[in-house]
Design a protein around this ligand. Structure first.
Ligand code: NDP
Ligand SMILES: O=C(O)C1=N[C@H](C(=O)O)C[C@H](O)C1
Length: 267
């Protein structure tokens, strides 16, 4: 039985991950970690996640549970995920990271951890979004430069990074299929007297409102028609199931930095 630890166990994704682990075959919750000032330290992780007692007491330091897990699942903050990847690399543990908002330097540190241990890092763990990435690549290849590309995303009011990691990955996939570099052609949140659109820019628009779980829409628009490729998540369970699938997939995997396209065999 593969033992999974969840860090950020009291967070929106943390609680959903514990539910998903409880529902899945072949894996079990080995440990649950919260931040050091949390009032939940010592509480039962299953009770906090709403799935009943699991006999796993919440701790506040990964070192206190290092013997209790094989894979760490981390949906927390960029700095913490990077530190946890380094910790897992030094301690023979695999790690699945869903955290978004990492900068280039932080991503390079994950690649460094991937030289010593197996890491899955993906901005969206749902099967649907990962299929959508394939569809976007195909659409961009067929439609080419004549179609303007815009990425629109909506999330709940608590989300702290923008654009979403998924929107950025969608932009990267489209840019790559069109032979562009997203860093050079991305335009974020237009405002004011900005002039007409340039042909090769890829625009990003962000909505933050209420309890939206996660919606992404990519427009390909030209004179006379518009194609929209849309994904709407209605439950965080879709991300959590994907993360647990990634954790199980890591069993006996060589060191490396993988993503959900690897896990789902979509490459
Ligand atoms: N890849 C994917 O499929 C998905 C990715 N995400 C990403 O996952 C991340 C988390 O999202 P979400 O669950 O909504 O956010 P939350 O804020 O609900 O959860 C983050 C959790 O991390 C905890 N945390 C912060 N610092 C520490 C620490 N030092 N030790 C232990 N725990 C800590 C926070 O605790 P506290 O609140 O006490 O600070 C919080 O409970 C975001 O980057 C989001 O974009 C989200 C959904 C899907
Ligand atoms: O913060 C969230 O909630 C989500 N974040 C991810 C992202 O930034 O792409 C994935 C999902 O859309 C939910």
């Amino acid at each position: 039985m593969m033992r999974i630890a969840v860090i950020g166990a009291a967070g929106r994704m943390g609680k959903t991950l514990i539910q998903a682990i409880t529902d899945a075959n072949g894996v079990e919750l080995g440990a649950a970690i919260v931040e050091p000032t949390s009032s939940l330290i010592g509480a039962d992780a299953g009770e906090v996640a709403g799935v009943g007692k699991l006999g796993v007491s919440i701790v506040s330091d990964i070192q206190d549970c290092v013997a209790d897990f094989d894979v760490l699942i981390d949906f927390t903050t960029p700095a913490l995920s990077v530190a946890n990847a380094a910790y897992c690399a030094e301690n023979g543990k695999s790690i699945v990271i869903g955290t978004t908002g990492l900068n280039d330097e932080q991503k390079a540190l994950l690649a460094e951890a991937g030289q010593k241990t197996s890491v899955v890092f993906a901005p969206n763990m749902s099967v649907g979004v990962n299929l959508t990435l394939k569809l976007l690549s195909l659409a961009a290849e067929i439609l080419g430069d004549d179609y303007d590309v815009e990425v629109v995303e909506a999330h709940h009011r608590h989300k702290v990074d923008s654009p979403s990691g998924t929107a950025l990955r969608m932009g990267e996939v489209v840019a790559e299929a069109l032979g562009r570099d997203l860093k050079e052609c991305a335009v974020y949140g237009r405002e004011g007297q900005i002039g007409p659109r340039t042909q090769k820019e890829i625009g990003f628009e962000t909505i933050r409102a209420g309890d939206v779980v996660g919606e992404h829409s990519v427009w390909f628009a030209t004179e006379g028609e518009r194609i929209e490729i849309v994904h709407k998540a209605s439950s965080r369970m879709t991300f959590a199931k994907g993360a647990v699938r990634a954790a199980a997939w890591l069993e006996n995997k060589q060191a490396g930095l993988y993503d959900m396209q690897d896990v789902l065999n979509l490459k």
